[in-house]
Design a protein around this ligand. Structure first.
Ligand code: NAP
Length: 308
C-alpha cells in the first residue's frame, strides 16, 4: 500500500507539514531522519518563535510539534531514508529497515551546519557554542564572543552579534575574507569587531564546566599557539544541505533543492520545505511556514490527480 504522503525529516518544516497533512486526513508517515527534531534539537533556548512569550527550549518545541502532529494521526518512525526512486509516483523510499511507497513526498531533510570537528565543540554545543547568531546572540549581552569563518555568514553573524556582545572577534584561517565587499566594509567600520587572521581553533574550554571559558588557537603561519578567553563561539563555516540521496533525481543548486510554483521540486508530486531549499532565512519559523506551504501544495496536487 502506498502512503498518500511521506515526509522526510522531523524538524520544524517536517513536523509542520505533518500537522497540516494529518489534519487534511492524509495520514502522513514521517521518517524522522538522522537528526530527529532537526537543528532545534541541538539548541537550548528559543526566544524568537512566535507564541512563546518567555521562550522555549529547542528540543521541547520540536517535541510539542511532533505530538501535535501525532494527535491528528501522523505516524513518526525513527528511520532515516537511505535511498529514493523518484521517476514517477508512487515514489519509493528506502530506509535501513523498510521500503515504503508514497503518492507524494515532502522533503524536509534540512541542512546541517558544518562544524570544526572538535570533541569539545560537540560537548559545548548549545552551551556557549552555537551555529546561529539570530537564535543565540541575545544570550551574550556584554560578553566577548568569537565567530569562526571568513564568508558572508561569518561577517553577517559578527555584525549581528555586535548588538549584544561587547567584543566580537572574527577568527579566520586565512588572511583574506571571501565575504562580499559591502559586508566586509560594514564590519570593518564596526568598532566592536576585530579580526584574527591566519588562525585556527584547536580546542574549546571548558567542557567540564559545561560553558565556554576560552579557546586554544594556533597561527597557521608561524605555528604559535595560545589560549584566549572568551564567553562564546559561533561557528559560521557554511552549511551542507542534506540532499545526497536526491542527487541526479531532482534539480539541485549548490546542493540545495530548487523549488518552483511554491514548493514543487523538479519532480511533480515531490515537494520541499525548510533549510533543504532555503539558503537565505534558515529560521525555525520560516521552516515551519515552508512546511505548511508544502503540505498545502501536496494536498492540492493529490486532489488534482484524483480529479484528473
Ligand atoms: P562560505 O561562503 O562557504 O564560507 C565559509 C567560510 O568558512 C570560508 O571563509 C572558509 O574559509 C571557512 N571555513 C570552511 N571550513 C572551515 C574549517 N573547517 N575551519 C575554519 N574555517 C573554515 O559559507 P557561508 O559564509 O555560509 O556562505 C554560504 C553562501 O551563502 C555564500 O554563497 C554566501 O554568499 C551566502 N550568504 C549570503 C548572505 C547575504 O548575502 N546576506 C549571508 C550569508 C550567506 P576559506 O575562505 O579559507 O575557504
Amino acid at each position: 500500500m502506498a502512503y498518500k504522503v511521506i515526509i522526510l525529516g522531523s524538524g520544524c518544516a517536517g513536523s509542520t507539514a505533518a500537522i497540516y497533512t494529518a489534519r487534511a486526513n492524509l495520514s502522513p508517515l514521517v521518517l524522522e531522519g538522522h537528526e530527529p527534531g532537526g537543528q532545534l534539537s541541538l539548541t537550548t533556548e528559543v526566544e524568537n518563535f512566535p507564541g512563546f512569550r518567555d521562550g522555549i527550549q529547542g528540543p521541547e518545541l520540536v517535541e510539542i510539534m511532533k505530538q501535535q502532529a501525532q494527535r491528528f494521526g501522523a505516524e513518526y518512525r525513527m528511520e532515516r531514508a537511505t535511498g529514493v526512486t523518484l521517476e514517477r509516483p508512487p515514489f519509493t523510499v528506502k530506509t535501513e529497515e523498510n521500503t515504503y511507497q508514497a503518492e507524494s513526498l515532502i522533503i524536509a531533510t534540512g541542512a546541517s551546519a558544518k562544524m570544526l570537528g572538535l570533541t569539545s565543540e560537540k560537548r559545548l554545543l548549545g552551551r556557549g557554542v552555537s551555529t546561529c547568531a539570530t537564535c543565540d546572540g541575545a544570550f551574550f549581552r556584554e560578553k566577548d564572543v568569537i565567530v569562526v569563518g571568513g564568508g558572508d555568514s561569518a561577517v553577517e553573524e559578527a555584525t549581528f552579534l555586535t548588538k549584544f556582545a561587547s567584543r566580537v572577534t572574527i577568527v579566520h584561517r586565512r588572511d583574506q575574507l571571501r565575504a562580499s565587499k559591502i559586508m566586509v566594509d560594514r564590519a570593518r567600520k564596526n568598532k566592536k569587531i576585530q579580526f584574527l587572521w591566519d588562525t585556527v581553533i584547536t580546542d574549546i574550554l571548558d567542557p567540564e564546566k559545561q560553558e565556554v571559558t576560552a579557546v586554544k588557537i594556533r597561527n597557521t603561519k608561524d605555528g604559535k599557539e595560545e589560549t584566549r578567553e572568551t564567553n562564546g563561539i559561533f561557528i559560521a563555516i557554511g552549511h551542507d544541505p542534506n540532499t545526497a540521496i536526491f542527487e541526479g533525481q531532482i534539480e539541485l543548486n549548490k546542493g540545495y533543492i530548487v523549488v518552483r510554483d511554491g514548493s514543487m521540486t523538479s519532480v511533480e508530486g515531490v515537494f520541499a520545505a525548510g533549510d533543504v531549499h532555503d539558503l537565505v532565512y534558515r529560521q525555525a519559523v520560516t521552516a515551519a511556514g515552508c512546511g505548511c506551504r508544502a503540505a498545502i501544495d501536496a494536498e492540492r496536487w493529490l486532489e488534482s490527480r484524483e480529479h484528473a
